[in-house]
Design a protein around this ligand. Structure first.
Ligand code: IMP
Length: 424
């Protein structure tokens, strides 16, 4: 029987979804990316070889698995072309399929993203400047080219002119004092990369429907995390897409899932601006960043670091429909004498019940209520299942289960595929 499993981020992105997806992909026929774009940086470490993927699914190193990029993924031809080249080197190109309807991120989208950020001063979002927001704006405005337009330079050019796409976009870029790319430059830029991309184009909704009819099992790989979701995240300090399973329903026609796996680090990180109640600033934050190697996989920026925020995780689980948890980077907390976890928020202004939406306005003024937990020592990679972990590490995991009401099915204890311990 066909099963559908979802892997999504339960924090502010960078939870380690890439690794989890690669591991879970062993048991499925196809893995599909369904939202976000090259703002994502999914890091894989396989037999000591490291790869960071921005658009293609994290099953790239699995030759028997189909890799699909759905119509909800905003796609930069340059990034696609590079990753397709990597697929060719790995001899898996024939297993990669891109949706004909995926919107194209053009140079003008990146120019606009950069211009807005640089002119926003304190109001800047801290975007990845990859043109994600402007491209989604055009998608919703029902204009701008999609990957199928790469089949013909004429159609591509027309898609840049239709519904005042270029007129309006170029005006905005000029307003910011930047010279916009011209239509002809962008057509040429796209067509140089089209040669790689066009042979991989398919109707991914059709592929998924056929696979399900055949009884094949599918895995859907999320990007970013629920706290960055355009509806439920910390607006405006969030991304421009839906980060939960609703994006799969909306764009790929799959509406029920056997499991929605939420991935959370054993602590918290966030890149870009916006509230972060459990943030560690100063030396402590710097120390955790270094120990956890918390530098952006896409932009190289320092990630902000802090303790695990269980009220935020609980909220993300609710909004993302998460049924199971995988905790990553537990090994980074090894050898810390006292580990803190936020179990509640207090604020002098309001009583926060368990059903409140954790929006920016609220998260900016809450004070975390911490519980201190005893740490553990030893190499966690020697453990073959969760029950073999040091008892204080298990107490830490039980605290997460108790506070979220969800089972932890797996724990990542190192970067490699093999560095996982499972419940059974
Ligand atoms: P954008 O998605 O580039 O528009 O950026 C909006 C916000 O989401 C910024 O705070 C980014 O740092 C953050 N963001 C976007 N993608 C990721 C990701 O893959 N990991 C972590 N943060 C991300």
């Amino acid at each position: 029987m066909s099963t559908s499993t979802v892997v999504i981020g339960a924090q502010w992105g960078d939870e380690g979804k890439g690794k989890v997806t690669d591991v879970m992909a062993e048991k499925v026929s196809a893995v599909a990316r369904f939202s976000g774009g090259p703002n994502a940086g999914h890091t894989l470490s396989i037999n000591g070889r490291k790869a960071v993927l921005h658009l293609l699914p994290s099953a790239l190193f699995r030759p028997d698995v189909l890799k699909l990029v759905g119509p909800g993924v905003v796609s930069d031809p340059e990034v696609l072309s590079e990753e397709l080249q990597l697929a060719e080197e790995l001899d898996v190109l024939h297993t990669v399929h891109l949706d004909v309807h995926a919107p194209i991120i053009l140079p003008i989208h990146r120019e606009l993203d950069k211009a807005r950020e640089s002119l926003s001063g304190k109001g800047a979002i801290g975007t990845t400047q990859r043109g994600i927001g402007p491209c989604y704006e055009d998608f919703v405005a029902r204009r701008g080219p999609s990957l199928q337009n790469l089949r013909s330079a004429k159609a591509l050019k027309q898609a840049m002119l239709d519904r005042r796409f270029y007129d309006e976009r170029s005006l905005l870029v000029q307003l910011a004092g930047i010279k916009p790319s011209t239509v002809d430059q962008m057509v040429e830029w796209c067509m140089e990369r089209a040669k790689n991309i066009v042979p991989a184009l398919v109707d991914t909704r059709e592929v998924i429907s056929r696979l399900r009819e055949r009884g094949d099992s599918l895995l859907f790989e999320g990007a970013q995390g629920i706290m960055l979701d355009v509806f439920n995240g910390t607006r405006p300090y969030c991304t421009s897409s839906i980060c939960g399973p609703a994006a799969i329903s909306a764009s790929l026609g799959v509406h029920s899932f056997d499991r929605v796996i939420g991935v959370s680090k054993a602590y918290t990180t966030r890149v870009g601006n916006g509230p972060f109640p459990t943030e560690l600033t100063g030396q402590a934050g710097h120390w955790l960043r270094k120990k956890g190697n918390e530098y952006g996989a896409t932009t190289g920026r320092d990630r902000r670091t802090g303790w695990l925020d269980l009220p935020a995780l609980r909220y993300a689980c609710r909004m993302g429909g998460i049924t199971d948890l995988i905790i990553t980077k537990l090994d980074i907390l090894t050898d810390i004498e006292k580990i803190r976890v936020a179990v509640a928020y207090s604020t002098p202004l309001a009583e926060i019940g368990p059903h409140r939406t954790l929006d920016t306005e609220l998260l900016e003024r809450v004070e975390p209520v911490y519980q201190d937990m005893d740490g553990w020592q030893g190499d966690l990679k020697n453990c073959s299942s969760i029950k073999d972990l040091p008892s204080n590490a298990k107490k830490f995991l039980w605290k997460i289960e108790e506070q979220t009401g969800l089972p932890i099915i797996g724990v990542s204890v190192g970067p490699d595929r093999e560095d996982m311990v499972w419940k059974e």
